[in-house]
Design a protein around this ligand. Structure first.
Ligand SMILES: [Fe+2]
Ligand SMILES: [Fe+2]
Length: 188
């Protein structure tokens, strides 16, 4: 992956992969006759990931502002981060093993798109591990004076992760939803 395609540096889908999203822009998705429950469910998972990450960022900011109860913050961080990172890992596995192979076969123009998403998942794997390490580094000292510095570092990692995850989810939706709407594949 070069700078135009790698998760950390690209600013959107490369032009060659925008064929379908240009035909089927976001506002046409929900009213489309091929928009089904599975697509809704899948988009809702993405919303849930964004929501959990938003809660973690807001929580860390409140902690650093001294407007959060420290013990409660530690508990919520453990719960939200554990759930987010676990669910995200499982979500990537299902996409890689079940959904994407089926979708990829439908439109040869998008082979490079599915390669890009696969590379994103590998990149995100590394970021998931790094974020888990940052979270644990904080939780291990949550009751000590060092906690504040660890939360500061964690907030930086969360904000960076938010940028990468948002890039991935947005581009993935732009690639995958138009394929589903166009071909209405049997996914279950
Ligand atoms: Fe994904
Ligand atoms: Fe996804």
């Amino acid at each position: 992956m070069g700078p135009m395609t790698s998760l950390e540096t690209r600013i959107g889908l490369p032009d060659a992969l925008r064929v379908l999203i240009e035909t089927l822009p976001r506002e046409t998705w929900e009213p489309h006759p091929n928009f089904d429950g599975l697509t809704r469910f899948w988009l809702d998972r993405h919303l849930m990931f964004r929501d959990l990450l938003g809660r973690l960022v807001t929580g860390a900011e409140a902690y650093l502002d001294k407007s959060a109860d420290p013990m409660r913050h530690a508990q919520e961080t453990a719960r939200y981060a554990g759930f987010l990172l676990n669910q995200l890992h499982g979500h990537h596995q299902i996409e890689d093993q079940v959904y994407f192979p089926k979708l990829e076969a439908l439109d040869a123009r998008l082979t490079a798109g599915f390669e890009l998403l696969d590379a994103d998942h590998h990149a995100l794997d590394g970021h998931i591990h790094a974020l888990a390490d940052r979270t644990n580094a904080y939780l291990q000292v949550a009751a000590e004076a060092a906690a504040r510095d660890r939360v500061g570092e964690l907030l930086g990692a969360l904000q960076q992760f938010e940028t990468f995850l948002d890039r991935h989810l947005t581009d993935e939706e732009d690639l995958v939803v138009p394929v589903i709407l166009t071909y209405a594949p049997e996914m279950e």
